[in-house]
Design a protein around this ligand. Structure first.
Ligand SMILES: [Ca+2]
Ligand SMILES: [Ca+2]
Length: 369
């Protein structure tokens, strides 16, 4: 009896081994190996997409004004807000721009060239609240040239929590933008003479912002760079450009002071009542490789480098910087106090933008080392 049960046990053991051996032989021939720990981890990030749409060197050569780093970025989009482009879907929180600016031969369609670029997430105009009597983005004639269109942002009343005013262009959910160049023309109209005269210090009137990474997304290592118009004291009668960076304090759920870095240009007075071309150059990096350069060329004048910063352009503790995920290339965001400084005289706080041209790093960063 014992002998028979031993034979049965040996039979099942052999059978099990045959199955096991067959299984490993099968895996061997399939070129696999068993891995009980197969899982997607942060060590295996999604590869950055190849930017198949970046233009040839010929087109790069046509990037007037991008003389800083045009060999490392490629034009992907340009618009002068001319006929063929329009703002649609105006609502409580946002709006968008569509169409093709036919005054440019190429890279001129909001959907095809900007939003469908594999490195770009999406574009919209964000208000975060309020209505069309309180704030708006509109395509309107240039106040100095009725034959030219421009993008006007205006704020009449604080549209967010009755405390701050916001109109901004968002280029969000981007992937692997390690380098960025853009140029845009800005006009601060005569209403800004009133801002200059404000009987108080202005610390923030934001014109551009760069999120690497953002606090409204579940991204780690939250960090931002803010470009502000500032007025250094009650008595000064000029506006300056300050650029600073901050990390997020998760416990207090706010951006930390002191800043990671904070630079102020106290020699260049930002012109009022005159178009100026602004160029921005961003390179993601640490305190030796990160760059942020901003220069301004007032119409009819020469170029001034307002800031040339070598410092962190991502969170200092970010172990795996993955590119600029979100940015506001054009923005009007400020306090109730600044808005009322202008509206108390019966006018609007407003700015005009034109000729936005965007270039990003074309390389696949996964294979760039
Ligand atoms: Ca235009
Ligand atoms: Ca990032």
């Amino acid at each position: 009896m014992l002998f028979i049960s031993n034979l049965i046990a040996i039979y099942f053991l052999m059978k099990g081994m045959i199955y096991k051996i067959s299984f490993y032989l099968l895996l061997f021939f399939l070129g696999c190996k068993p891995n009980n720990n197969a899982k997607v981890t942060s060590d295996n990030p999604t590869p950055c997409p190849e930017n198949s749409k970046h233009p040839s060197k010929d087109l790069l050569g046509s990037l007037e004004g991008f003389d800083v780093q045009s060999d490392t970025t490629a034009l992907i989009f340009q618009t002068g807000f001319e006929p063929g482009t329009k703002i649609i879907n105006q609502n409580k929180n946002d709006a968008t721009i569509i169409g093709t600016d036919r005054t440019f031969k190429n890279w001129n369609n909001w959907k095809l060239h900007l939003e469908r670029n594999p490195k770009i997430g999406y574009f919209n105009i964000q208000y975060q609240g309020g209505n069309a009597n309180q704030r708006l983005a509109e395509i309107v004639p240039d106040p100095y040239d009725p034959n030219n269109n421009s993008l006007k942002f205006w704020i009449k009343e604080p549209n967010v929590d009755q405390d701050v005013g916001r109109v901004q262009a968002n280029i969000y959910n981007n992937k692997c933008i390690k380098k960025l160049d853009y140029s845009v023309r800005l006009l601060l109209p005569s209403e800004f003479n009133n801002v200059k005269k404000a009987p108080f210090r202005i610390k923030w009137l934001t014109l551009m912002e760069f999120w690497n990474n953002a606090n409204w997304e579940a991204e780690p290592n939250q960090f931002r760079i803010t470009v502000n118009l500032q007025k250094s004291s009650k008595s000064t009668d000029s506006l300056r450009i300050g650029i600073r960076s901050q990390i997020r304090d998760h416990k207090l759920n706010k951006w930390k002071d002191p800043h990671v870095w904070d630079y102020m240009n106290s020699t260049f007075a930002v012109p009022v009542g005159k178009w100026m071309n602004i160029e921005v150059h961003f390179v993601e990096g640490d305190d030796t490789s990160g760059r942020f350069i901003l220069s301004i060329t007032p119409e009819g004048g020469s170029k001034s480098v307002i800031h040339d910063i070598t410092n962190f352009t991502h969170h200092p503790n970010d172990p795996n910087p993955d590119g600029l995920s979100h940015f506001n290339p054009m923005k009007l965001y400020t306090s109730k106090e600044v808005i009322e400084q202008v509206t108390s005289t019966g006018s609007l706080l407003n700015v005009y933008w034109d000729d936005f041209r965007l270039a990003i790093s074309p390389e696949n960063i996964e294979s760039s080392d």
